[in-house]
Ligand binder design. Structure first.
Ligand SMILES: [Zn+2]
Length: 86
């Protein structure tokens, strides 16, 4: 159980930055977590009760719109696996 938990915690960090694309124009952007704990990224505010909202401004000159990413913190490794794979 301890090993499983550590693997889950380390897994998303190996996959950073998260690759997203602007929902308005499709321009790709890199999303980095706001801290060490909140390292599960989602666009859905309801995915994680404990999350940090980060706004990313699109880099495209003719767009510049805000894309919001919610960085979730998983308190338990077992829960983290289920939510991450979904
Ligand atoms: Zn854009």
């Amino acid at each position: 159980m301890t090993l499983l938990f550590r693997w889950v915690k380390g897994f998303p960090k190996n996959d950073l930055p998260k690759k997203y694309s602007c929902v308005y124009c499709g321009t790709p952007f890199d999303a980095y977590p706001p801290d060490d704990k909140h390292d599960f990224a989602t666009r859905n505010e309801k995915d994680y009760e404990d999350h940090i909202k980060v706004d990313y401004k699109c880099k495209a000159n003719d767009c510049g719109k805000i894309n919001t990413i919610y960085w979730g913190y998983c308190h338990a490794g077992a829960i983290a696996i289920g939510r991450f794979i979904k």
